[in-house]
Design a protein around this ligand. Structure first.
Ligand SMILES: Cc1ncc(COP(=O)(O)O)c(C=O)c1O
Ligand SMILES: [Zn+2]
Length: 403
């Protein structure tokens, strides 16, 4: 059994209702699952394919519902041995770039589009900094349903834009930032009966909570000390925390990790609210960062993220664009893992928090790298070394090799 509950006033709503905020107090909604009804053993889970739907009993969809899936999840958890040595912590990378469309959003969309079909929606839509639109476009294609995506014009990484077009979404550039685009699609979704699949949609986050389930699974049913997450609209960190809490409550783990959210310096309203001890963020009107995926000034799920961080006795920090690029380079060149800039904030954050004495030596830390490097090739061309071009003769080549 499952239902929707307001995180503020605990008002309850039936799962069939298409609703994203509480009618009484306008609070955010979350899915409440009756865990006491679930009966599944670890050994049973381990027999199934590794991925989102391994945890079927913990996911709120009807028993007879047709699942829209591209075999998402089941991403690697790398032990970053070189960086662990360098930084003095036990560092793991949960590489969400290995999902079907190259980001963690696929976990949310398998659930969200399945839900859309269950609710008999005729069209789906979202505002996006890029990855959400790429993912939704692919899952809508699989489901055979119309898809509208609103993007901040000129601020979308090339790979992501290409994906949305490739999968046949109606791609609409908005002359404004993500926050403006989200406001617009929320209005349009009500007016035109488009099922909204931004992370304000609590069902989508149910798919994303499997990041936590998989980490537990991969660490042989032990929780790490800390999980570090890049934060934009605040859905993912909230979803991951929910996943850990559920496995804790169910009895799969005996301890909970500390949640740590990292934002880009000029788009960091959550970090500011956290450090000032506030429950509400002050919106940033003109967020700016090269990490375009998290270029967000008014994160709608901020109350959930602040709770996740505080409940877990966690922390929030911001990094500059330079620190983000340095971290991206370090991960690419010391571990062979290519991630987009937003994802590298988790590594940049770890480096900073070790310096600040927030992360202790020897901690077992999992960084979530949220999206693949190829999402944003332009950043590499603008910020890294240029490739060398020579005449095709051995003299010219040897002068480079022996330099
Ligand atoms: C690569 C990447 N990292 C991080 C985020 C932030 O996730 P959230 O908006 O759930 O905080 C996004 C969101 O678009 C993203 O695409
Ligand atoms: Zn309420």
């Amino acid at each position: 059994m499952y239902e929707l509950r307001c995180i503020e006033c605990r008002e309850r709503y039936a799962p069939e209702e298409i609703i994203f905020t509480c009618k009484k107090c306008n609070g955010l909604l979350e899915v409440w699952m009756n865990l006491s009804e679930i009966e599944v053993k670890r050994e049973e889970l381990e027999k199934r394919m590794f991925g989102v739907w391994r945890y079927r009993e913990f996911l709120p969809v009807g028993k007879k519902t047709k699942i829209i899936t591209l075999q998402e999840g089941g991403t690697p958890l790398y032990k970053a041995e070189n960086l662990s040595k360098e930084l003095g912590v036990e560092l793991y990378i949960k590489n969400e770039g290995a999902n079907p469309t190259g980001s963690f959003k696929d976990r949310g969309m398998t659930l969200g589009v399945t839900k859309a079909i269950e609710l008999k929606a005729k069209a789906v839509g979202c505002a996006s900094t890029g990855n959400t639109s790429a993912s939704l476009a692919a899952y809508a294609a699989k489901a055979g349903i119309k898809c509208f995506v609103l993007l901040p014009a000129g601020k979308i990484a090339l790979g992501k834009l290409a994906q949305a077009i490739l999968h046949g979404a109606v791609v609409i550039g908005i002359r404004g930032n993500f926050d403006v685009a989200l406001k617009l699609i929320r209005e349009a979704s009500q007016k035109f009966n488009i099922y909204l699949l931004n992370s304000i949609n609590p069902w989508r986050l149910e798919g994303q909570k499997t990041e936590a389930y998989e980490i537990i699974d991969q660490l042989v049913f032990e929780a790490p000390d800390r999980v570090v997450v890049p934060v934009g609209n605040c859905g993912n960190i909230s979803a991951i925390w929910k996943g850990f809490k559920e496995f804790y409550e169910y009895g799969f783990i005996n301890e909970l990790p500390i949640m740590t959210g990292i934002q880009a310096e000029k788009a960091s309203p959550v970090v500011k609210a956290f450090k000032e001890g506030k429950d509400k963020i002050s919106p940033i009107e003109k967020p700016e960062t090269i990490a375009t995926a998290i270029r967000i000034g008014k994160p709608v799920n901020a109350p959930k993220a602040l709770r996740a961080i505080r409940e877990s006795r966690g922390y929030a920090e911001s990094c500059t664009d330079e620190e983000i690029i340095e971290a991206q380079k370090l991960l690419a060149r010391k571990e062979g893992i290519g991630v987009e800039p937003a994802s590298a904030t988790s590594i940049a954050g770890v480096i900073k928090l070790i310096d600040e004495g927030i992360i202790d030596k020897g901690e077992r830390v999992v960084c979530i790298t949220t999206g693949h490097a190829l999402k944003d090739p332009e950043i590499v061309f603008s910020r890294y070394e240029k490739p060398i071009e020579i005449e095709p003769d051995i003299e010219a080549l040897s002068s480079i090799i022996t330099k």
